[in-house]
Design a protein around this ligand. Structure first.
Ligand code: FES
Length: 106
């Protein structure tokens, strides 16, 4: 059977400011929604190093720093780019339709 994927509307564009990510829940998954310039990104909210909410971290452009131990992630690729985070964080496609942001989960 083909795998189902679904898009869900998660926020208005003006709710997501650069440097002020917001947490949304899609299909029971906690997702951190971020803006860099005019682009939007979605990653798992849970840090891959230990228990921490990435949405509470500091964002600089496409890099998000975990608030707990300072691990850093690329919000576009999910790659862990700074110790002590090594495992990548999952990313999700984001689509903008006029004033609404949609995230795809599978
Ligand atoms: S919990 Fe995120 S770097 Fe440790």
């Amino acid at each position: 059977m083909a795998k189902m994927t679904s898009w869900q509307s998660v926020a208005r564009v003006d709710e997501v400011q650069e440097g002020l990510p917001i947490e949304v829940t899609v299909s029971g998954i906690g997702i951190c929604l971020l803006r860099a310039g005019d682009e939007f990104f979605a990653i798992d909210n849970l840090c891959t190093h230990a228990e921490a909410s990435l949405c509470e971290g500091a964002q600089e452009g496409r890099i998000l720093e975990c608030p707990r131990h300072g691990g850093r992630f690329n919000i576009e690729t999910g790659a862990a780019v700074h110790y002590p985070a090594f495992a990548p964080v999952r990313t999700y496609p984001v689509r903008r339709e006029e004033d609404t942001l949609w995230v795809q989960v599978d």
